[in-house]
Design a protein around this ligand. Sequence first.
Ligand SMILES: Cc1ncc(COP(=O)(O)O)c(C=O)c1O
Length: 400
Amino acid sequence: MSNDAGQLTLDALFSTRAKLAGGGAEWAPEPDGTISLAYGFADPEHFPVKELVEATAEILAEDVNGALNYGPTYPGLVKLVVARMQARGVAQANPKNVLISYGSSQILALLPQILVDPGDTVIVEGPCFMGAVRSFQEAGAKIETVTVLEDGMDIDALEAMLADLKSRGIHPKFIYTTPTFQNPTGTLMPLANRKRLVALAAQYGVLIVEDDAYGDLRFEGDALPPLIALDTQGWVINVGTFSKILAPGVRMAWTCGPEAIIKRLLKFKVEGSSGPFLTRLVERFASDGKLEAHISDLNTNYRHKRDVMVAAITEHFPADVRYVVPTGGFFIYCYLPADLPAPKVIAAGRTHGVSCLPGMGCYANGQGTHEIRLAFSYQSVDNITEGIRRLGAAMKSVRA
Ligand SMILES: Cc1ncc(COP(=O)(O)O)c(C=O)c1O
């Protein structure tokens, strides 16, 4: 598109930020019959459809104006989130430091708006959820990456990085971490490391953005406290979501953190409240222990799918593919040997009718060339087994 004189194009009108972000990712359809293990979608067989229909009918019968007109976030949902946070040891949770949003992605995109000036440093895990990192980059953040080990973020490396940055006069704004069933590695940060991480944040005056998207999806072992439960000084912002424990399409999430942060987030959340209807719906669905019962069913289901994927990997992948069996979450993350680069495995997978996410899609610094992420959340157990069989055959074809 150009103006009458043919001098100005639409491109010339984009902001620098929009130009840097590019035109947006194209959705490349996969060939028919492909089994996708690429995306962290929820299991469509386990959406609580009947319960959502009933809750919707009840809400609309009770107060149609309250539910469907302009109006505030339903306070009952805030109360429910506060009670859930308190049950997880977050004594400081209260209605003033909890914010309901349209997905946790909304908050992960707003946090850099209130915390990051162009050139500021943000520390992230490598690999991690790049959906968040991209919004940090769009705000102009300089990204520093700390490796994820078998038990989550490498805290020794983080400590060395914080000291090094300080010695160079650099004060990072926040550390973005997913300590519980991390995306993509599925790792769980042990309690001792959680305590060290929170102490380091306080020592260096750096915020922690704790992405708790998978915190409730625990298949075995005891629950560990979220970082925010260990924080007595107000350095942790906990971001959680109903996407993984109810349905991503509902787009409801919560944030708990220092009140000053919540207030600023609200200023930038242009639509203000998160809508009376959806917030009522989620509260009605979740109340009286119904959400916890649903989570328990989900965990039985996802645990089984994880076991099916592990069994298939054991049978079909070369023995030198390494991975950690996750105790929760949606993913198994594989470290491939030198002769199996992820791009080649993925290209061969395409011809064998299976797809997965290359590790490079999970790093801000181009690492991950010999890593792949496999989601066990979405596909049926039969498709998981067949998808892994196909991927194993693809690996063997790359080697041959
Ligand atoms: C670690 C992590 N954080 C946040 C999100 C975004 O979730 P939401 O649906 O709440 O925007 C995802 C989604 O995949 C995720 O994996």
